[in-house]
Structure formats: structure tokens, C-alpha cells
Ligand binder design. Sequence first.
Ligand SMILES: Cc1cc2nc3c(=O)[nH]c(=O)nc-3n(C[C@H](O)[C@H](O)[C@H](O)COP(=O)(O)OP(=O)(O)OC[C@H]3O[C@@H](n4cnc5c(N)ncnc54)[C@H](O)[C@@H]3O)c2cc1C
Length: 696
Amino acid sequence: MIDSNECSSITFEGKEYDTFTEPPILMKQERAKTSFPTMEVTHFLNGGEKETAKFEAVKRQIEMSPVFDNSDYYDVNGDYKKCRERTMQKVAAIAEIVTDGRDEHEITSYLSAISIVDSQSYTRIGVHFGLFLSGVRSGGTPEQFNYWVEQGAAGLRNFFGCFCMTEMGHGSNVAGLETTATYDENTEEFVINTPSTAATKWWIGGLAHTATHGLVYARLLVKGKDYGVKQFVVPLRDRSNWNLLPGIGIGDIGKKLGRDGIDNGWVQFSNVRIPRLFMLMKYSRVSANGNVDNKAPAQLAYGALIGGRVTMVRDSYTWASRYLTIAIRYAAVRRQFAQGSTVETKLLDYTYHQRRLLPRLAYAYAMNAASRHLQSVYANTTQTLANTNPKNKAAMEAAVGEAKALFALSAGLKAFSTWGTLAMIDECRQACGGHGYSAYNGFIDWTAFAVQVTWEGDNNVLALSTGRALIGRHLEAKAGPVKDDQLGSGDISQPSVLIRGWNLVATKATEQATTQYKKLEKSGLEVDKIWEKLSQLRFKVARISTRNFLVKSFFEEVEKNASPAIKQVLTELATLFALWSIEEEASVFLEFKFITAEDLSQINLLVDEYCGKIREQAIGLTDSFNWSDYFINAPIGNYDGDVYRNYFRKITDRNPRSETHAPYFLSVMQPFFKRTFEDDPDLSSLEEEEREINEE
Ligand SMILES: Cc1cc2nc3c(=O)[nH]c(=O)nc-3n(C[C@H](O)[C@H](O)[C@H](O)COP(=O)(O)OP(=O)(O)OC[C@H]3O[C@@H](n4cnc5c(N)ncnc54)[C@H](O)[C@@H]3O)c2cc1C
């Protein structure tokens, strides 16, 4: 086996080919170009030096844990039953960490690192903490929350919760769910039923084998009246032996496109009785004698989903950072074609390749900034909601207003960040050529990420609702016309000009939709139909406003938190992101006349120029993500850049060379290849002819 430095250099037609010894040397040279302290950028990304220290500590803990040995990760994933078992072992290990009394921020960091190592255990435990328990906390009274904590929910003590919202027939339209919870005044119980096959709860993570309780979304029916969808905690399994409780039918959804380590399942209910106080009653109440207090807006019941969306914006950054590290490191050492000179060109030196990867590197940094901004809005809003007495009408209205704004912001960011990262992962995969297709180089998890654009709110539906909320707010504000603004002789590479331009097109797009709304309103169209007709504009408003938020957050974060040593490189990166984003949304910038066609040509050149600047710092900027080889888990993306040796060893370690015969050689291959043919060619005449020639 060739696994040494021999045969490393070939000269052919005057050109040198040296694929084996050169890559790690190249990587060192690339790294030496870094003009800024990479750890300072790491602190910037983590929100400070202390945060980095904490994050590094949890990362080390994961890396050292034998349960999280991920050397066979990609092979185990091929076998979904084995994968489920391994995932559960990891869930148990995660549970020990997240329930050992550390603060919430540390838990979030820990889980964020887990999401990179194994997105399946992350999600499998996430349905309990992030959806079930968060749902109980946001929808239940403090007493109810404490009750379920005492039942074991906080420590996962003989308890595992799942989140039963989606049904076969309805997912996005929660108000249309069919499962019923009928109040029985005589026994002070709710009776839960699945009225049809389409009402079967479907896709529920953790349900098939793990969950003891479900947070079930069902229609509240009291004295024949339908009060809409509310949340109920429903026991599913006997906690002494995990047998299903009477009236509960549960099944496994089976193999999926990815994340097979999660036991997604379905459930049907037949006259399942639960005590009255198992309905979450923070915002709606049913008294013992069947009086219903149902004044709070229905959206508050979906609060649990907002936390998930906030997390997904962070995930989008985290995942992007891993795949960009792989693709950029690979591009820094991979050579392909010699352009005139004697040595072949590195992929990263192709301007076209730079354009594929470097604006996306900037995009990842922008998502980091936006995610931290969103995180703080989320923390403040949930605090306000928690502290507001539902009986105080004015305070409640203000809190609901804040919650609606958060809903719109988080929905837009979730949609466009997950879409951005999904596209980015595939671009990075393609940038690694054939080796990007090997499961061992990590891109196989693309399908695991793909679900992020669908679950906890389908991206298209979320984007449309963000657009609607933004247009609605603009209508309510009764704002005057947005003043025109043009780049003119301004310098488009200046942050203040970029921020101004982005802000203008975002406001103009909203104004355009508002004007259209008013026109349709005047024509006498019903409100629902107006919104429907505005769908394309709603989407446009959400798309442009979200990108505006990313651009602004990135520049603001640099202004506020970048030390002098890293300010220049981060400003260049933010500038690249804003310029490239204009290219992507050129039609809108032209439509609202902030730029002219000539300006656009200039912007194209500037994107090239900024890609060139960032190219020199690209390895430093990926090193700043600070993922060790363990987290990267892709030999072509290792820190040392020794791509061929690392990759070759990984493949040969995982696929023993002794197996030169297929296990089915005797049963399938041999009978096939050695079969006899009825029409084997008759060569006798040729043989006769040959004999005659020989005799002559
Ligand atoms: C792996 C996985 C795990 C999941 N885990 C859970 C879980 O634990 N608990 C849970 O409750 N759910 C879970 N879900 C369900 C998930 O949240 C839903 O599938 C998701 O919200 C989308 O809803 P839907 O399937 O009803 O899609 P639909 O709403 O039917 O959407 C289908 C298509 O129609 C489009 N569309 C829908 N409405 C509109 C509209 N008004 N205008 C224009 N276009 C529209 C959508 O954009 C989409 O492209 C999971 C799903 C998956 C795939």
C-alpha cells in the first residue's frame, strides 16, 4: 500500500505534479498569511473571551467522552436500527450533562457543539427539552410547570416528553388540527380522541420508542363548543415498563431521508382520559364546572416553537462554519490544472472558486451576528411575557406586541438562514469535487440539515407570515411615503452607504406591498383574498428585510465588539457580504433605483476585489471557527491540510483491505459469472480453418 512519501513528485511535459507531500506545507504557508489574531475573532464569534473559554470546555468534554467517539459515525448511520441505539446512548450522556445544574447559556453552548458532532442525539433530546418542556413552561402556569418538573421532566427521571402537534392531514395550519379534547364535567377530565386517520399525530420525534408523555395539541371542546387548539399533557406509556397505556396506539415512522437515530412515530388516541389540570392553562382556562376563559391570542400557545426557531438560526451558522472550513481548507491545498506555469493552480486561487466560497464565508459570519442579536431579543421578550400578568390588559397587549415582532423576526431568520446554509452545504460539497461525495467527508449530513427548512414551520409558510407581519405593521404605522435615495456619487464599499442602501430597499419593498394592499382594499376585495394576492410581495418583503437585518447586524456587531486587531478584516468581510447580497438582489436595487446598471457593473468588480482580499485571510477566518478535527470529522478538512494521507487512512481504516471478495461472492456473483450460456458461440468452423492453415 502506498502510504508514504515515496513517488510524491512527478514531472510530466515540463510540469510538476506533487500531490502527496505538498498539501500540509501549503496549509502552513496559507496559515502564515493570516494578518489578524485568529483567537480574537473566535472570541468575537462567541461573544467574548469568557464565552470562548466556556465553549471550549464543553467541546473538550464531548471530545473526550467515549460515548461520543465518532470515528464510525458515518458507517453506523447507514444502519438505522443500530443508529437509534447509539443515539439513545448519546442521549443518556447528554442528559447527565444538561441536568447537572449548569447555567442555561452553558447548556445552549454544549448542545450547539453536540449538533455538529451528532445532530440526531441533539434532536432526540431536543424534542424533550426544547419542545416538550419549553412548551410546558411557556403554555403552563408556574404551578403546572413545577408539577411536571417534580414528575421527573427536568431531570429525565423515568420521564421523556415529546411534542405532538403535527397530524397526517395538517402541519402548517395548526388551527386546522382535528384531534379533540372534550371536557367531561362529571369526572373533571378531558377525553382525547383521534377522529380520523388524517388526525393521527405524525412525525413525532421520540414517540416511537422513548416518550412517556406527549404535549398534545388538540381542539378544546366544552359543552359542545369548539374553543380552538390548546395544549394538553397526555401520558402515553406506563413508566414502570414502557408499555403503552390503554387507548394509546403508537407506531414507528421508519426510515427517513436523514436523522434516523430519532424514533419518529405516530399516535392515535381512543377515549384517553386525563385530569383537567393536564391542560396547560397559562393563557386559557377551563374551570371545574366547565367555564372557559379563552381571551389570550392563539399564537401564544405556539410559543414553544419560537425557541426552536431561534436555535435553528444559530444552527445555521454552526453548520455553515463546519462545512466552509472543510471546503476552504481543501481548496487551499487542492491543485487542478496548470495555467501556463509549471505547477497546477490551487482551487482557492481560481477567482470563480473564490466567488463560490468566500461570500458564503461572509454569510456565515453574518448569521452569527444576526443569531446573537435574535437571541437577545428572544431572551428579553420571553422575560417580558413571563413577568406579565395575563389579567393586566395593557401590559399583556404590549407583551403580545413584542411577541408578535419576535415571531416575525425569528420566522424570517429561521427561513432564510436554514435555506442559506442548506444551499451552502451543497455548494461546499460541490467545491470538494468527487471527494465531497464520500460519506467520510461529512457532506452526507446534508440530508440531516435539509429537514430544518421544513420542521417547526415550513420555510415558505414562515416567510409568507413574516412578510404579512411586516406589511401589517407598516399599514398600522400609517407612515408617509418613503423618500427616494440613490447611490449617486457615493462610495458603495462604505459600510454606512451599504447600510443606507439595504435599509432603503427593505423599506421600499414594504411600502410597495402596502400600496398594493390599499389598492386591493379599495377595489373591495376581502382581507384574506388581499393577502393571498400579495403572496409574492409578502415573500419579497420577508426576503429583503431579513437580508437587511443580516447586513445591519453584521456591521453593528463589528462596530460594537471587534477589537482594533480584527476590525479591518471583519469590516472587509461584512462589506463583501453586503456587496454580494446586492448582486443577489440586484433586481430590487435597480427597481427601487438605489443603483444604476453602471453601478451594478462596479459592484460586480468590487465583489471580485473583496473576494481577493478575503482569499488571503480565508484560512485564518475558518481557523477562527475553532473546530478541532474531531468536530470537523472529515479528513479532507483537517487542520494540517494533509488531505490525501488523512483521507486515504480514513478510508482504509473503515474499509479493511482484507475484504477483497464481496460477502455475496459465492451466493450471487460466482453463479452469475460462471453461468453457462445456451448460445455460447460455435467456434468449430474457425478451429477447422486454423487447423488447415497450420497443416499447410
Ligand atoms: C423529520 C421530521 C420530524 C418532525 N418532528 C415533529 C415533531 O416532533 N412534532 C411535530 O408536531 N411535528 C414534527 N414534524 C412535522 C413538521 O413540523 C411539519 O411537517 C412541518 O411543519 C410542515 O408541515 P406540513 O408537513 O403539514 O406541510 P404542509 O403545510 O402541508 O406544506 C406542504 C407544502 O405546501 C406549502 N404551503 C402550505 N401552506 C401554504 C400556504 N398558505 N401558502 C403557500 N404555500 C403553502 C408549503 O410551503 C410546503 O411546501 C416533523 C417533520 C419531519 C420531516
